[in-house]
Design a protein around this ligand. Structure first.
Ligand SMILES: Cc1ncc(C[n+]2csc(CCOP(=O)(O)OP(=O)(O)O)c2C)c(N)n1
Length: 561
């Protein structure tokens, strides 16, 4: 009995059970908050299976998150998490404790702050370096409305390398709005952080030279330091910066070898670079995601991680091309949106031979609306000089890259994350400008035109049919040769299938070219509708939008009966 009593009394009280909203934190002591922080970390680890990056970044700011919600009065006070991949604990503390296990699942919580999910998520985020501009906007709005509240942005040292952050700081130093910027400095940005500022001695002088009040550093894992530091900081009016030193909490993930599209890209690039010294590679802070860390090992002087700076990456590539190099500029499709003007103004206008690799094109799955790579075709296809290509298979990516580095104009190759669609049986033929590839010959009632990685789904859908339609692999988004247009115009039904927005997509371009030569048949178009796509697995999402073999088969039945 005495033993049982001892055990019960030693069992720690679960703090987390009683914390539903930030107000519940206010009555806890610093020791109790520390215990809660430990429980929160365990809770995150127990309730998340995927995306170690988000888990690590969230655990790294566990103490900071608890301290902020202890000190601030959210949602009246405005709290902005830059990028937002570190906001798991913020979500748990703001009414989403119970729902947290649905994180990143279809219909579940988003992996990023999402303003339609909770009033505590100030902004929908996912792309980096937006926090300072947005918090200044909110602070000005509060001032103009005569409302008194705190405005706080938390930005990582990685996100601080983004141009928008610099633009906003420059503005803030002069406008002197009342905002607190917390620099979460763990000297990492997925890979090691880069750039002159990452040298720690430079931060105080940098912020002060811009007219911001630099409040110094504090230990980001010690609540007894962070809480008073935040309380003091908020008493000071005007723009100020508090640097919180954190150590990245590493979460073990199985190290997978390069595979699929990433492996094809990197292995082909290495092979080409061995014989062509002009080839150089650029990545804005995505060296390991792109696979380019493998290229860097072999060619350390020809591989450039420029930080989270897509705009700079593109114009830097333009300069390299002008200087006689062959730059391979790797961008995630979704982040390339940042650099459309640089692609137009600095690359395409001068017809510079930069090769863009637009990775994670199409739907990316659980990262959701901020990260789907579905706008690239629409955004790029109105730009003169540039060619936009999409491989139907990983091996075709290799063929396309080999072709692209030989051209004297800009080329963008969009390709998906590996997985999420059935890989096709595809042995790509050599590329010819503006020529499509014939995949299957068959029934002359229907021409199916594939652009991108859904070819395997099309092939799967056709398995049980005796008669095939014609299936073509379009390859080039913007233009099709006169001879291929003529071939297509003899089909009474044409069906274009793509894994991006239909509006502005290849279907529209092809339809226009066909109608211009007098095509009068039926034109069908599958792709993504005019709406933002939420999160879920790639497969769930492609199913939702009718872009899998199941839906294709139903439609083939109608065409081929
Ligand atoms: C515009 C843009 N480019 C690239 C990314 C991919 N990305 C997500 S988090 C991250 C690193 C962020 O580093 P940091 O801000 O220091 O945050 P930490 O995870 O270290 O706390 C990168 C490069 C992004 N989200 N947005």
């Amino acid at each position: 009995m005495a033993y049982l009593f001892l055990r019960l009394s030693l069992r720690p009280v679960s703090r987390l059970e009683n914390i539903l909203f930030p107000a519940d934190l206010k009555r806890l002591s610093v020791d109790e908050l520390s215990q809660l922080t430990r429980e929160l970390k365990d809770f995150v680890l127990a309730n998340t299976e995927v995306k170690a990056g988000h888990i690590s970044s969230s655990l790294t700011v566990a103490e900071l998150t608890v301290a902020l919600h202890f000190v601030l009065n959210t949602p009246q006070d405005k709290l902005f998490w830059d990028v937002g991949h570190q906001a798991y604990i913020h979500k748990i503390l703001t009414g989403r404790n119970k729902a947290f296990s649905t994180n990143r699942m279809k219909e579940g919580l988003s992996g990023f702050p999402n303003s339609s999910e909770s009033e505590y998520d100030l902004f929908t985020t996912g792309h980096s370096s937006t926090s300072i501009s947005a918090i200044i906007g909110l602070a000005v709005a509060s001032r103009l409305s005569g409302e008194s509240r705190n405005h706080v942005a938390v930005i990582g040292d990685g996100a601080l390398t983004g141009g928008m952050a610099f633009e906003a700081l420059n503005y803030l130093g002069e406008s002197k709005e009342d905002v607190l910027i917390i620099l979460n400095d763990n000297n990492s940005a997925i890979d090691a952080n880069v750039g002159a500022l990452a040298n720690e001695k430079k931060y105080p002088a940098f912020f002060e030279s811009l007219g911001l009040n630099y409040l110094g550093d504090c230990d980001g894992h010690n609540l007894a330091e962070i809480i008073p530091a935040l309380q003091e900081a908020l008493k000071i009016k005007g723009p100020k910066v508090l640097r919180v030193l954190t150590k990245r909490v590493e979460v073990e993930t199985p190290q997978s070898a390069l595979k699929g599209y990433t492996a094809e890209f990197v292995n082909t690039l290495r092979r080409l670079a061995e014989t062509d010294e002009r080839i150089v590679a650029i990545s804005p802070a995505m060296l390991s995601g792109s696979g380019l860390n493998e290229f860097q090992k072999q060619f350390p002087n020809r591989c450039f991680d420029v930080g989270i700076a897509e705009q700079h990456a593109v114009t830097f590539a333009a300069g390299l091309a002008k200087g006689g190099k062959k730059p391979i500029c790797h961008l995630y499709s979704t982040f390339s949106q940042r650099a459309i003007d640089q692609i137009i103004h600095d690359v395409a206008l001068q017809n510079l031979p930069v090769v863009f690799l637009l990775d994670r094109a199409g739907l990316v799955g659980n990262d959701g609306a901020t990260h789907h790579g579905v706008f690239d075709v629409a955004l790029l296809s109105s730009i003169p000089n540039i060619e936009i290509l999409a491989p139907a298979s990983a091996s075709e990516l290799s063929v396309m890259l080999e072709w692209a580095v030989m051209q004297d104009f800009p080329v963008a190759i969009r390709y998906p994350r590996t997985g999420g669609a059935i890989p096709p049986d595809h042995n790509p033929r050599p590329l010819e400008l503006h020529r499509m590839e014939t995949i299957l010959k068959g029934n002359e009632k229907l021409a199916v035109i594939n652009f991108g990685f859904l070819l395997g789904e099309i092939e799967e859908a056709l398995k049980d049919f005796e008669a095939n339609p014609f299936v073509f692999n379009l390859r080039f988004a913007k233009r099709l040769s006169a001879v291929d247009l003529k071939t297509l115009s003899s089909f009474p039904n044409i069906w274009v299938i793509e894994d991006s927005q239909k509006r502005g997509g290849v279907g529209e371009y092809l339809a226009q070219q066909l109608f211009e030569i007098g095509y009068t048949g039926n034109f069908h178009h599958s792709g993504l509708p005019d709406e933002f796509v939420e999160h879920g697995t790639m497969q769930e999402l492609y199913e939702q939008y009718g872009l899998t073999h199941i839906e294709f088969k139903n439609r083939f039945k109608k065409f081929l009966r």
